[in-house]
Design a protein around this ligand. Structure first.
Ligand SMILES: Nc1ncnc2c1ncn2[C@@H]1O[C@H](COP(=O)(O)OP(=O)(O)OP(=O)(O)O)[C@@H](O)[C@H]1O
Ligand SMILES: [Mg+2]
Length: 438
């Protein structure tokens, strides 16, 4: 009785419906038509049939003041997610990125309904789902360890979830075949996971989510078990899948390259707190604080501690470290305006490795810093020079053929028109026009 009640409550258009299908002669695709029955003739849940996966429902996720506290032994509380607010738009690919243990998986598990919310709300399409069990949230999660059933074929692995939900056999077959086609798994449907490569197994894991046709896809570091080359390839495949399905996706990773290349927007997280939400470009150009500046970018932004000093009519940044030589560079007009309130005070200067170059004869002395080469990293297309000016270590991106050698003392030109400035205590960007959320 209970099973029947649940079945009715789920009310899915697909479940229990009767289908007929034929192959489209021109395109060779399967075309599905629902048999006309009185029960379904006027159903509000009428949805595009299986052969048209691109037609889909709206899926917006709103997270408001979300917190998760794990209570262990007395006094041993862990606040994994702190007051997170985030709006993920319909069809958006949002990447949640941050270092290990910052609360990414917990956030995703809260959205999926696999963890109980301590505070705040999660809404999907305007409906609060705090109390909705995971199976009724219409979200599908792809995990890092894809956990396929080793004794089942790819076909059976893909269809297993639908079978448990008692979908009709023809419907399962149609969905599995469609997902296999999208993911290039069709020739592998009869194989078992042990006979697949890592990338193919990962595709099966994605396929399991795909066959469910969820409103929202949640990915938890799905590529971290793959080698670098395959990861790059799968990154492209997931991005293409997103474009093809037009689905809402929330993707967790600790790899900032993955975040930058895949996300429409990126939310950077640290210790359970969202630091900044922005497009990859904005995040790179205008990090909201020193954490984001030092996390995004490879190599990341150089950060120099120092003071703003008046010299004649202008302002200079004087690099000051606890020990060692100082250096002084003149700020251009915009920089000087931004830092005017900091004259005589400490500040942190941020400059990307591509905004420092080896000085030419034309570089004015007040924009030149002398530094010693400590390491030369040849990347193929470019070279990274690791330098030190007094006690300040920094990295410069130069042309691949640079002749710079370890131990050499070089004059470096600082393009301070590109500099960002941060508060020395809070680490927040100075003069930023955003509050970190877009
Ligand atoms: N079930 C649990 N009980 C107690 N503490 C937990 C539990 N799950 C996670 N935590 C803690 O919550 C914090 C966030 O964990 P979470 O798994 O969300 O991090 P993450 O950002 O996904 O890290 P990683 O990149 O390593 O996967 C960590 O300090 C972790 O130890
Ligand atoms: Mg995790």
């Amino acid at each position: 009785m209970e099973a029947v009640r649940k079945h009715k409550k789920a009310g899915s258009f697909w479940r229990g419906a009767s289908w007929k299908h034929h192959r489209d002669a021109k395109r060779g695709r399967l075309i599905f038509r629902r048999r006309r029955t009185a029960l379904f003739a006027s159903s509000k849940l009428d949805r595009p049939p299986a052969a048209r996966p691109h037609c889909r429902r709206m899926a917006r996720v709103d997270i408001a003041n979300l917190s998760k506290i794990f209570r262990g032994e007395p006094g041993g509380e862990i606040c994994a997610v702190r007051n997170v607010s985030l709006a993920v738009a319909d069809r958006e690919f949002l990447v949640l990125v941050g270092p290990s243990g910052c609360g990414k998986s917990t956030t995703l598990r809260l959205i999926a309904g696999l963890e109980e919310i301590s505070e705040g709300t999660i809404s999907i399409d305007g409906r609060v789902v705090n109390a909705t069990p995971p199976q009724d949230r219409d979200v599908a999660m792809v995990f890092q360890n894809y956990a396929l059933y080793p004794h089942l074929t790819v076909f059976e692995n893909l269809g297993f979830g639908l079978m448990l939900r008692k979908f009709p056999k023809e419907e399962i077959a149609a969905r599995v075949q469609e997902a296999a086609e999208i993911l290039g798994l069709t020739p592998l449907l009869h194989r078992r996971p042990g006979e697949l490569s890592g990338g193919q197994r990962q595709r099966v894991a994605v396929g399991r989510a795909l066959v469910r046709r969820p409103k929202v896809f949640l990915f938890d570091e799905p590529l971290s078990n793959l080698d670098a080359q395959l990861r790059g390839q799968m990154r492209g495949e997931i991005s293409r899948l997103h474009a093809q399905l037009g689905a809402t996706m929330i993707y967790v990773t600790h790899d900032q390259v993955e975040a930058m290349t895949m996300g429409d927007r990126i939310a950077v997280m640290k210790e359970g707190v969202i630091q900044q939400v922005a497009t990859p470009q904005r995040l790179y150009q205008e990090p909201a604080n020193v954490f984001v500046a030092g996390f995004i970018g490879s190599p990341p932004m150089n950060l120099f501690g120092g003071v703003i000093a008046r010299q004649g009519a202008g302002l200079h940044f004087e690099g000051r470290a606890a020990a060692g030589e100082n250096f002084s560079v003149r700020l251009p007009v915009e920089g000087a305006l931004q830092c005017a309130g900091f004259a005589g005070r400490e500040i942190v200067l941020g400059l990307r490795p591509e905004h420092i170059s080896i000085a030419s004869g034309a570089t004015p002395p007040e924009q030149t810093v002398r530094a010693v080469v400590e390491m030369v990293e040849r990347m193929g297309a470019e070279t990274h020079l690791h330098l030190r000016a007094g006690a300040h270590p920094f990295v410069v991106r130069v042309a691949a053929g640079s002749a710079a050698a370890v131990g050499e003392k070089l004059p470096l030109a600082f393009d301070l028109a590109q500099a960002r400035f941060f508060h020395p205590d809070t680490g927040a960007a100075i003069g930023s026009t955003t509050n970190g959320h877009e």
